[in-house]
Design a protein around this ligand. Sequence first.
Ligand code: FES
Ligand code: FES
Length: 224
Amino acid sequence: MSEHDQAPPCAVHRKDAGEPATGSPTPQSFRTSRREFIKSVIASGVAVSATGYVVVGRGGEALAQAAGTVTRLVTLNVNGRDRPVDVLPNETLIHTLRYKLGLTGTKLGCDHAECGNCTVMLDDVATYSCTTLSHAVRGRKIVTIEGIEGPNGELHPVQKAMVQELGPQCGFCTPGQVVSAVALLKHNPKPTVEEARIAMSGNLCRCGAYDHYLKAVMRAAREA
Ligand code: FES
Ligand code: FES
């Protein structure tokens, strides 16, 4: 096991180890150790956040330098346009879309293939972009929420139905919900409620608006 795999030493335990063998730590020493513990947690959190900022906010160039990796120019077909872009070997599609191509409609939630906020279509199939490598989707048809609207900017029938059924609450999950619903209706224009429920089950909603989104999918299927 490397040193990075080991749990960091707990400041509380370090402090307590120095207490006399008999009796509990004194209130003063306990306050001190708690303070040290909290400071260490905050410090480690700052370090993680800072790393995230460098990698995400700066497109990963700093990490690439540190790791000795290089970006490679690839062309991605996004929303019907060929988009040349430099990507790292381990760069995920959502990072390329959001931080290099400026397509911020696709949301980054869990970053672990659990919430569905990052859903895009790959060749008309709903796909989590947080676990898709950018260089692996060259030659594929990528559609984000920005590519869902009609040619004159009109809302897609799924988007209209979601508005009518009051789907969006905070709205954070809505782009992913829309893309999943559009992908479903492309393959199955008249789904049953159960089929729609299953198709949408990869999209979590922290506001709990599941019934609204489901009704919207069925409305869009009816009215399309
Ligand atoms: S951000 Fe991709 S599934 Fe949550
Ligand atoms: S509308 Fe808020 S998370 Fe779904």
